[in-house]
Ligand binder design. Structure first.
Ligand code: ATP
Length: 282
């Protein structure tokens, strides 16, 4: 019998049907004066400082910043995988722990975190098995979301038979299959080649248009942040601080070509300037 730990490893703190759909404009993630210092064997690591961020329902917010600036740590706090040492984080008005228990969000990790001994269908149905759904129900659900990410027909394949992009799509289908109102995505396409990444960006745009989830998305790619986001949060080098918050001026209907538009180039320029300004180590 798979355990709750298995569910965590499977990238699942997901679902939210019991929370109901969020209304656009509602603050679903509310972070105030947040900081985190890791106590280590030698010196303390001051990872995050004075973070204030409110994310509304239906927004697609990207976090971008230099390596080690605390992007993953911030997501992990929202997902109740790390505890802040100062300030507060609320998810749908609840503590991250309560939100996790109510399965308010799905989490997609940097690596797909699939079980190699389970086929595609088995990987997507696993968390539902843990939560006690009947075989028919969980298979129906899994098939619906595999179709949404363009993997209909691949149910019986094993992870090793899929490309990296397809594996990451399986983990996105798994996170979506709980219909969480919030999707936390930690650099999900970082390991993919450019062409596959472009295709995944377009697919994610299309999924977001269809589902209108609230998404928090960590990336190192300026292009990706510009193309996908309704708002871009630029962070400084450690200790991570928010140094710019940029509202997108791009139309909601976007494709890869949108990146070449004057509005996208202007956004990319502003992100680059923010990254430069925040890149001083102390
Ligand atoms: N459990 C931990 N104990 C001690 N230090 C940690 C721990 N987790 C993260 N750190 C440190 O906190 C800082 C922020 O790490 P984090 O992974 O959040 O950065 P990041 O911006 O996501 O980096 P990257 O873009 O490279 O993934 C780093 O200096 C990291 O080494």
């Amino acid at each position: 019998m798979p355990s709750d730990g298995d569910a965590r490893l499977a990238g699942v703190s997901a679902a939210g049907t019991d929370l109901g759909a969020s209304v656009a404009g509602d603050v679903v993630i509310d972070i105030r004066n947040l900081s985190l210092t890791f106590q280590t064997a030698d010196t303390p690591v001051h990872a995050l400082s004075d973070i204030d961020l409110q994310v509304n329902a239906g927004e697609f917010v990207s976090l971008i910043g230099p390596s080690g600036c605390g992007k993953t740590t911030l997501m992990r706090i929202v997902a109740d995988l790390e505890q802040p040492t100062g300030g507060t984080a609320l998810v749908n008005g609840m503590t991250p722990q309560e939100a996790r228990r109510k399965r308010a969000y799905g989490y997609v990790f940097q690596a797909p975190a699939l079980y190699p001994w389970r086929n595609v269908l088995g990987n997507v149905t696993l968390p539902h098995e843990i939560f006690g759904l009947s075989k028919d129900e969980r298979e129906q659900k899994a098939k619906r979301y595999l179709e949404l990410v363009g993997l209909a027909g691949f149910e019986k394949k094993f992870p090793w038979q899929l490309s990296g992009g397809m594996q990451q799509r399986v983990s996105i289908a798994r996170a979506l299959s709980f219909d969480p109102a919030i999707l936390l995505m930690d650099e999900p396409f970082g390991a993919l080649d450019e062409i596959t990444r472009d295709r995944m960006n377009e697919e994610l745009l299309s999924i977001w248009r269809k589902t209108r989830k609230t998404v928090i998305f960590v990336t190192h790619s300026i292009d990706e942040a510009v193309l996908l986001s309704t708002r871009i949060v630029v962070m400084s080098a450690r200790p991570g601080r928010i140094i710019d918050v940029i509202d997108s001026t791009l139309p909601p209907d976007r494709s890869i070509e949108t990146r070449e538009s004057p509005a996208a180039l202007a956004l990319a320029h502003r992100v680059r300037e923010g990254l430069k300004a925040g890149h001083s180590y102390d």
